[in-house]
Design a protein around this ligand. Structure first.
Ligand code: FES
Length: 164
């Protein structure tokens, strides 16, 4: 059985009691939990269901319906690849295929060392420099497969520096 660490449980309970009386409280609760913790711990589903008088299956259904909700902790860095039209016209599909195969993960997943989470995004407002990628808060344009690999290796280097 998974242990639901007390600080997490406490934060989830605070969010629930703050928002449960609002009409349509489920989505605001899920967003607020993810904002605070970076993800929605599967162990929180029972508390949410109980507070809103809904079944666990209903809560699970909503979480899995919306791709922006994650049920595992995010990686240290977030890398988003633009999938919108201008970027697609400039090779974003090949870039995302390269990213997935070189990292060994799909969208909404995190590398085994928890360095990096890969997410799709739909226009970063940087269409003139397509294909575009956002690494944490920084937008990078004209990203080739080589440039992508370089960005990833910089993130991994930063992690080693933090650990040493
Ligand atoms: S379409 Fe990719 S940045 Fe606008």
């Amino acid at each position: 059985m998974t242990v639901f660490h007390e600080p997490l449980q406490q934060q989830v309970s605070e969010v629930i009691s703050e928002l449960k009386h609002k009409p349509g409280a489920l989505l605001p609760i899920l967003h607020a939990i993810q904002e605070r913790l970076g993800y929605i711990p599967p162990e929180s589903v029972g508390s949410i269901a109980e507070a809103l008088n809904q079944s666990r299956a209903e809560i699970h259904g909503v979480i899995s319906f919306y791709h922006q909700f994650r049920t595992t902790p995010p990686g240290k860095h977030q890398v988003e690849i633009c999938r919108a039209e201008a970027c697609q016209a400039m090779g974003a599909r090949q870039l995302e295929a390269h990213a997935k195969s070189s990292l060994g993960i799909d969208y909404h997943q995190t590398t085994g060392d928890r360095t990096l989470t890969l997410e799709p995004v739909y226009c970063l407002g940087n269409c003139a420099c397509a294909p575009s990628v956002r690494v944490n808060d920084e937008i990078v344009g004209r990203v080739t497969a080589d440039k992508f690999d370089q960005l990833v290796s910089e993130l991994q280097t930063q992690k080693l520096e933090v650990l040493s």
